[in-house]
Design a protein around this ligand. Structure first.
Ligand code: ANZ
Ligand code: ZN
Length: 802
């Protein structure tokens, strides 16, 4: 037979697919939208780790195609933002130029995977035809009051020289470059994502997503129920509102703490405390939120003022401390050291009394060594004594509401999205500042507002973007009153384009609309989204927000973008170390494709381990996959014309194989699909030796099952089997449970419960025939008198003798 020649075959079918695309929209098939997270076109190109996600999504896509769907499987470029710009600065070339080069290079590499992308749909977030709509969405949000300006201290990366969103700060460091994030007071554009908090939380229920990701979003949104309680300030007019999730502990409040930024912080200071209070306020303004929340020794300053507990009129000292955040709850808390760890620590350090109000069995512990944070029985709490603390938690807010000293509240941890970046390489924010009219959006018919060419695109570090230096661009006229006005010079964050790009693919050439409603209704939303887990609360939250907004605007008719989500694990170098150029452990796919072929590399990418887990790359393993591919090739080539008709055994094995592979594939257990192929291949080889060949339907079934995984070789073998159509124009094989059933079963034959022999019986054998066969098998040992004959169908025959 002809030996397997991957190079010739892969070349032949690439050309063939170009001339005769296999994914065709006949207008009748249902659509299936399988989306990859689109890449940043970075300069280092693709390594074998990048391949994995693309192979997974391509296998899934081709499987869906064989199930009869018209496939939407696009690819594009997330090309604005820090990575592209930092690379450009490092290499000393304009980001537009380096980005274009990187895209063409990565596109060539992606084509090596033979993934079935529809390049006609391609989008690029830096293309004015694309970012016109990124800006258009911003203008719509502005008009709806969802985009607003605010001056406040924000997270600032001193190395990237830009402000960051909360989501971009990971353990106090910049998500991009790892530098420690500080604070900077800047006038910012913000998006009111908090308005969607409740929907973003509730609609998680609708999604077929990994529980882990849903939990991360739930925690990030951070909904909590509690109460706001008004405390009077002794001897003054003002009241202080605190937010608490533990109204049951109100009788145990022994002090109060305000965030240093609280509006009353400075004015509460009694004369003799003024100096130290002001110093404290200044010092904390220099720290980041993360620094403040980390488990460092608590700091604080007493204001000299006292608040009054509304329930028992107790006077409690008011302190300032930076462990209370200004932008959460009310920025002021009642402190219950007996039941809160942070308050306990603070009270110990500053020698403030501790009053226990909840105890395990209602018995007070006179020397608490740590906060008691569990529920229990109320003590030292007046009329609540003896009550279960969980009940008190529920009842106290209502009581406060009745007395007019507080109210029930819901709080979210989610903050509005800091949306401006002081960088060059992003979408200009389409706003004009006019002294008379305020902030005015660029009229929609003047979009896109092009990013101007600049000489120096390096970040300035002044809190202004490099655009601020281009006078002829900055100075413009107000679209409302026609007087001289200035353009906004900040740009959008890199997440802006990726928050909605998946909508554009299905109508990427539309000049009039972001996406036509007709196409949106037909082809959206995304059925399956595949990518890394690192975007769990960034991109995946932002795109849900954008989708809901565009749904509310009537642009689209659904409010969740991604029905199903799969997060693939990373492929790592030896010892689990992330592959990166700087670590020198990058494995390039190019040589492997040369030596083993694209099909074998695709299979091996999946074979290395469960797709949802990180897997170590061991290059030697690909030999095994290559041997399997060769054996499969020979099996089909050797027996394609053998004329052997199917034996019962072949039929059974075929149905079992279809069942196994389909099930494993549906469960995304892709590595076991590949090992399944190898096992079934061996079983068929054995059968072929025994029977002098294999029936054609079994060979065809094997080719069809393998097609999504190894598209080139299966096209070639399909042709060798005498077909003139593409293997992908066929239907995924079905299995029949009847046909998988074994005809015979092994049955143990026992005497007095002890197994003496094992015999094979037809599954539909009658009881009489079974007993007869059983007794015959042990005839010589049946020496006594038979008193009982038991038959458990398909399992045991037990003859009881005396
Ligand atoms: C009294 C109390 C007693 C509290 C107790 C806890 C335990 P969540 O919403 O779950 O994070 N808190 C409120 N606002 C705060 C702020 N701006 N900065 C720091 N801490 C703040 O937790 C809400 C609890 O965190 C609130 O309930 C408040 O302390 C504190 F045994 O009030 B608690
Ligand atoms: Zn004006």
């Amino acid at each position: 037979a002809v030996p397997y020649n991957h190079r010739a075959i892969e070349q032949k079918w690439r050309k063939n697919w170009e001339e005769h695309p296999v994914n065709v929209n006949d207008g009748k098939k249902p659509k299936y939208y399988c989306l990859d997270m689109f890449p940043y076109p970075s300069g280092s190109g693709l390594h074998v780790g990048h391949w994995r996600g693309y192979v997974i999504s391509d296998v899934w896509s081709r499987y869906k195609m064989l199930q009869g769907y018209y496939l939407i499987h696009p690819m594009g470029w997330d090309a604005f933002g820090l990575p592209a710009e930092n690379y450009a600065i490092k290499m000393g070339v304009h980001p537009a130029k380096s980005t274009a080069e990187n895209i063409s290079n990565i596109k060539r590499q992606i084509n090596e995977i033979a993934a079935i992308y529809d390049w006609d749909m391609e989008v690029n977030t830096t293309d004015p035809d694309f970012y016109k709509w990124t800006q258009w969405i911003f203008v719509k949000m502005f008009k709806e009051g969802l985009a607003y300006e605010k001056e406040m201290p924000i997270n600032w990366c001193p190395s990237c020289k830009t402000g960051l969103a909360n989501e971009e700060v990971v353990n106090g460091c910049c998500e991009r470059c790892g530098a420690t994030v500080t604070k900077k007071n800047l006038k910012q554009w913000m998006l009111r994502i908090t308005k969607y908090a409740e929907r973003l939380l509730n609609d998680l229920d609708k999604l077929d997503w990994p529980e882990k990701v849903k939990k991360m979003q739930t925690d990030w949104i951070g909904k909590s129920y509690g109460a706001e309680i008004d405390f009077e300030v002794d001897g003054r007019e003002e009241k202080i509102k605190v937010y608490t999730t533990r109204p049951d502990t109100l009788y145990g409040a022994t002090f109060m703490v305000l965030a240093p930024e609280h509006a009353l912080a400075a004015s509460l200071a009694a004369d003799e405390y003024k100096e130290q209070v002001e110093k404290y306020i200044f010092d904390s303004s220099m720290k980041s939120n993360v620094d403040r929340l980390q488990d460092k020794e608590k700091t604080g300053v007493f204001t000299g003022s006292y608040a009054v507990n509304p329930l028992n009129q107790a006077k409690i000292p008011i302190w300032l401390s930076d462990y209370v955040l200004a932008d959460y709850g009310t920025g002021a808390i009642m402190c219950v050291p007996a039941h809160d760890d942070r308050d306990f620590e603070f009270a110990k350090k500053f020698e403030i009394p501790i009053i226990q109000v909840i105890a395990k069995d209602g018995v007070e512990n006179p020397d608490l060594t740590e906060a008691y944070t569990e529920p229990g029985i109320m003590i030292n709490s007046d009329k609540f004594n003896g009550m279960n603390s969980e009940d008190a938690k529920r009842d106290v807010p209502g009581m406060l509401e009745e007395q007019g000293i507080g109210k029930k509240t819901v709080n979210y941890k989610l903050r509005d999205w800091v949306f401006s970046r002081q960088r060059y390489w992003g979408e200009p924010i389409p706003i004009i500042h006019c002294e008379h009219c305020g902030a005015v959006p660029v009229p929609e018919d003047q979009l896109p507002l092009l990013l101007p060419e600049v000489e120096s695109y390096q970040p300035t570090g002044t809190g202004e973007s490099p655009l601020a230096d281009i006078e002829e661009w900055v100075n413009t006229t107000c679209p409302v009153c026609g007087r001289p006005a200035k353009r906004e010079t900040n740009t959008m964050p890199q997440w802006a384009g990726s928050s909605w790009y998946f909508l554009r693919y299905v109508d990427s050439h539309n000049k009039e609309e972001l996406v036509s409603r007709e196409k949106a209704d037909k082809y959206l939303p995304v059925d399956m989204y595949i990518g890394g887990v690192e975007h769990a609360v960034l991109h995946l939250l932002y795109s849900r927000f954008y989708t809901k907004f565009l749904c509310d605007m009537g642009v689209i008719d659904f409010d969740e973008p991604f029905k199903k989500l799969f997060n693939q694990g990373m492929i790592t170098g030896k010892n689990g170390i992330k592959m990166s150029k700087s670590k020198g452990n990058v494995v390039s796919p190019d040589d492997l494709v040369q030596d083993y072929g694209c099909d074998s590399l695709r299979l091996y990418e999946l074979f290395v381990g469960p797709p949802e887990l990180d897997s170590e790359w061991d290059e030697r393993g690909i030999d095994g996959v290559y041997r399997y591919i060769n054996r499969f090739w020979n099996l089909v080539m050797d027996y394609k014309d053998c004329g052997v008709s199917a034996t019962k055994e072949m039929v059974k094995l075929r149905h079992k194989m279809v069942y196994d592979i389909t099930n494993r594939l549906d469960n995304f257990s892709l590595n076991t699909v590949i090992s399944g192929f190898m096992e079934y291949n061996n079983k068929f080889i054995e059968l072929a030796k025994k029977e002098g060949g294999i029936d054609k339907e079994s060979l065809e079934t094997m080719v069809l099952l393998l097609a999504p995984f190894a598209p080139h070789i299966t096209e070639e073998l399909w042709e060798a089997l005498g077909h003139t159509d593409s293997v992908f124009h066929n239907t995924w094989p079905a299995y029949e449970e009847e046909a998988m059933k074994d005809d015979e079963k092994e049955v143990a034959v026992q005497i007095n419960g002890k197994t003496k022999a094992v015999i094979s019986l037809p599954v539909d054998v009658t009881k009489e025939a079974a007993l007869e066969a059983g007794k015959a098998a042990i005839a010589q040992k049946l020496t006594g008198t038979i008193v009982k004959e038991i038959y458990v169908p398909g399992r045991i025959i037990n003859i009881v003798q005396k």
